[in-house]
Design a protein around this ligand. Structure first.
Ligand SMILES: Nc1ncnc2c1ncn2[C@@H]1O[C@H](COP(=O)(O)OP(=O)(O)O)[C@@H](O)[C@H]1O
Ligand SMILES: [Mg+2]
Length: 236
């Protein structure tokens, strides 16, 4: 049976944190990395998460993408509780619904930009011709189609970041999670990345982006501030 969430399941609270906490370890040495937090992110929103190092940004993104499970509370995507998914459904969700962009981009050096972007689809069983078509579309979306045949080492840092974003966009994924994607970039390149994410959300996709940079966060519909794992303020 297929328990994967679909867009029709839950139109409003696209991504919901319901009294979610994540505690590492137990007893006197335990660390409360996050929460409890309650949060609703809507389809089509671009949300920025700001906060000092250690404030829980990566933990929040990991929970949103089902890379980690809450100690307490529930994370719901399209109305489905992520912790309740079977391991198979969970990995399918990570392949088909959620795209990640990490600060160290994890581009494979032996593959061209196009092949890197097509890879998640091919791993998911999409035929190569179709996967490459969709990868070209995703590269077009980050204005990088002309560099599709370059290897990562022949791309600038900003271009590599755009390839990583295209890889996270590719196919029908509806949620993009980016962990400080502009961290290593100069400010102009960082702005371009944020603008691409802005455009992506304008096309009905949802993105949650951790950033240290308030100018970059200003591209978001909403900015959430974390401190010591707690949501301290919100602005829009
Ligand atoms: N695997 C882990 N084991 C123990 N503590 C962790 C682990 N991952 C994160 N933490 C702790 O949780 C808190 C939040 O970390 P993190 O979510 O990485 O913050 P940020 O991304 O904002 O820098 C920090 O105190 C960090 O040390
Ligand atoms: Mg982090």
């Amino acid at each position: 049976m297929n328990h994967l969430p679909t867009p029709a399941d839950h139109a409003d609270g696209f991504l919901r944190f319901d009294a979610v906490s994540r505690v590492y370890g137990s007893g006197p040495t335990s660390v409360r990395a996050l929460g409890p937090i309650t949060l609703d992110i809507h389809a089509g929103e671009l949300v920025a998460i700001m906060g000092p190092s250690g404030s829980g940004k990566t933990t929040l993104l990991s929970l949103a993408g089902a890379l980690d499970k809450p100690t307490q509370g529930r994370v719901l995507l399209h109305g489905s509780e992520l912790s309740a998914l079977s391991p198979d459904d969970c990995s399918r969700l990570r392949r088909q619904t959620v795209g990640f962009v990490f600060q160290d981009l994890n581009l494979l050096p032996g593959l061209t930009a196009l092949e890197n972007v097509a890879l998640p689809l091919e791993l998911d069983g999409v035929a190569q011709i179709e996967a490459h078509d969709q990868a070209r579309e995703a590269l077009q979306g980050v204005q990088l189609l002309e560099l599709a045949d370059r290897f990562p080492e022949n791309l600038s840092g900003g271009e590599q970041q755009r390839v990583a974003i295209a890889r996270a966009f590719v196919g029908q994924r509806s949620l993009l999670l980016a962990d400080e994607p502009t961290g290593a970039l100069d400010s102009v390149t960082g702005e371009i990345i944020m603008q691409l994410l802005r455009d992506h959300c304008g096309r009905g996709k949802t993105a949650v982006v951790a950033t240290h940079n308030s100018a970059h966060a200003a591209w978001a519909d909403r900015v959430l501030f974390l401190r010591d794992g707690e949501l301290i303020n919100e602005s829009n």
